[in-house]
Write a protein that binds this ligand. Structure first.
Ligand SMILES: [Zn+2]
Length: 60
């Protein structure tokens, strides 16, 4: 089992992606993802604090 991080690039804050825990001020979600050889890896999805996620699918 391994843990990865997905964090917004160039966000206003520094995300804590150094550990394998969802320990960050943005309150990340931990989601299971199927591993290639079976089993489950965990992905820690960080949230941008500038509201970028609401603009997903926008003009840019
Ligand atoms: Zn974060």
């Amino acid at each position: 089992m391994s843990v990865g991080h997905v964090s917004p690039i160039g966000d206003l804050i520094d995300h804590n992606t150094a550990t394998g825990e969802a320990d960050c001020v943005c309150g990340p979600d931990t989601v299971p993802v199927e591993a290639d050889g079976g089993g489950v890896n965990w992905l820690i999805v960080h949230h941008s604090l500038d509201g970028r996620e609401q603009q997903e699918g926008g003009a840019r």
